[in-house]
Design a protein around this ligand. Structure first.
Ligand SMILES: [Zn+2]
Length: 473
């Protein structure tokens, strides 16, 4: 439907006809009218309205209509490295994956660590974004005095890496801490703002020690990457953050939890009343370390792909409320950089560019009865907005909310072809080629505009996406 018939240029009203749409009390059949970016009316099935001819009618019979999905963990490489992924291609890829809001991670160049550098991220995004975008600010020991002012700008939270050996971290002083004392001081500063503080949790001291030992032992095949980052490296770091959160009263969030041990620790902390959120990224739910053995640099990410026992063991935590939401950790790199790790895996940058597969793989999991479509919707389309302070403007199919929709087809079978992906890093996604998936994204609609449908992105809508002001407190 992305043709001359789309409603972009005219901002035409849109009616989703015969929509089987999500509500907190289950899916309902009806018709949803979007007008001037908002949901203007929701009609019961039997009350299809008489509409003027200028309304674009999109018949979604047989499909499911979800609140537009949010990806809480996206690395668009601007500012700094637009050749890896810029805001145009990054948000086009998001839409093709049915994502209508992305949360942009701050490990860019410059690192958004104060008002001027944060403004550079916004300026880079503004003319290019197709979907709506919220941004994280970076928090490190050296910019702890900036957190109070950054907290007033509508960011979705702070992000800190508990490891700084990564090549893509260019200003570590603004996005890492060196030790427990710095961590506690930094968290005291974020606690005073009331915003949530998100952490990449890996114990870099232990990792460095294990890497050196592996090099000495000549254990340098592709398993080097996950063998030098065992489960304990995540658990140690998570426990450091939870401990510092208890001491400071900070609200924390653990990004991309990849092990059962860490998920269990977070479950216990939640039960004890700690205000901590838990994100899981979808590759840790579907791909185990055998993918790293097979595909080396293309399957290299941090935390690494884990044992099959961890992959299977994370699923119960999706169902019991431990996991708050699912992100992608879409992390594009230049193909040449990935290729450099073919012989020496430690040379490859970490990250997989696969945002377009997040919802399809989870839809397939619904077909396999690993979770319900209701739980998928909460994890991908509702809870992230609540945590980022964007609900009920988004994440809610009710009159007055933003008319963001993700339309999905649970029955459709298709085969992944990386060449057809929107991401600039599609050459790094060949590991997924040939993967057969039952469950597809049919359309993505942002504030009433149909920006993705029938496999096509409306490229003319660059700049239509809005920078979101989060009211997280
Ligand atoms: Zn990440």
């Amino acid at each position: 439907m992305i043709t001359d018939k789309n409603n972009l240029e005219t901002n035409q009203p849109l009616l989703l006809k015969n929509a089987f749409y999500y509500t907190e009390s289950g899916f309902k059949l009806g018709h949803i009218l979007a007008l001037e970016g908002k949901i203007a009316a929701v009609y019961p099935e039997a009350e299809l309205p008489q509409l003027s001819t200028d309304v674009l009618v999109y018949d979604v019979t047989g499909k499911y209509v979800l609140p537009g999905a949010i990806d809480t963990h996206v690395h668009v490489r601007e500012p700094g490295w637009p050749e890896r992924e810029d805001f145009f291609t990054g948000t086009a890829a998001a839409l093709a994956g049915g994502i209508t809001t992305i949360c942009q991670m701050p490990n860019t160049q410059p690192t958004p660590h104060d008002l001027p550098s944060l403004e550079l991220t916004r300026q880079a995004a503004k003319p290019k974004i197709l979907c709506d975008t919220a941004v994280y600010a970076a928090a490190g020991y050296d910019n702890r005095d900036q957190l109070a002012v950054l907290a007033q700008t509508g960011i979705c939270g702070f992000k800190t890496f508990l490891q700084f050996s990564e090549q893509h971290i260019t200003e570590p002083q603004y996005i890492t801490v060196q030790n427990r004392e710095e961590l506690r001081e930094l968290l005291a500063a974020s606690a005073a703002t009331g915003l949530r503080h998100f952490f990449h949790c890996e114990d870099f001291i232990l990792i460095n020690r294990l890497e050196q030992a592996a090099h000495r032992a000549g254990a340098e095949d592709y398993s080097f990457h996950y063998k030098t980052r065992p489960d304990a490296t995540e658990l140690n770091a998570v426990q450091q953050v939870l401990h510092a959160a208890r001491k400071t009263g900070a609200k924390v969030g653990i990004a991309h939890v990849s092990t059962v041990a860490a998920a269990a620790a977070i479950r216990r902390a939640k039960a004890d009343g700690l205000d901590v959120t838990c994100e899981v990224c979808f590759h840790h739910l579907f791909f185990d370390d055998s993918w790293l053995d097979k595909f080396g640099p293309l399957a290299k990410c941090n935390p690494p792909l884990r044992s099959a026992a961890n992959v299977a063991g994370l699923w119960p935590y999706l169902l019991d409320g431990t996991v708050d939401y699912i992100g992608s950790d879409h992390a594009p790199h230049l193909p040449a950089a990935k290729q450099a790790g073919r012989e020496q895996i430690w040379l490859a940058p970490s990250g997989i560019a696969h945002i377009e597969l997040l919802l399809p793989l989870l839809l397939q999991a619904v077909n396999e009865h690993k979770l319900t479509l209701e739980i998928l919707t909460e994890l991908c389309c509702v809870n992230g907005y609540k945590q980022m302070g964007l609900y009920p403007q988004k994440g809610c199919l009710a009159v007055g909310a933003d008319a963001d929709f993700t339309v999905v087809d649970l029955a459709k079978e298709w085969t992944v072809n990386s060449a057809a992906m929107q991401t600039k890093a599609r050459a790094n996604a060949t590991l997924f080629d040939g993967l057969k998936i039952q469950g597809a994204v049919e359309a993505a609609i942002v504030r009433g505009r149909l920006l993705y449908a029938a496999g096509k992105v409306d490229y003319q809508s660059a700049g239509y996406g809005q920078l979101l002001h989060c009211h997280q407190k």
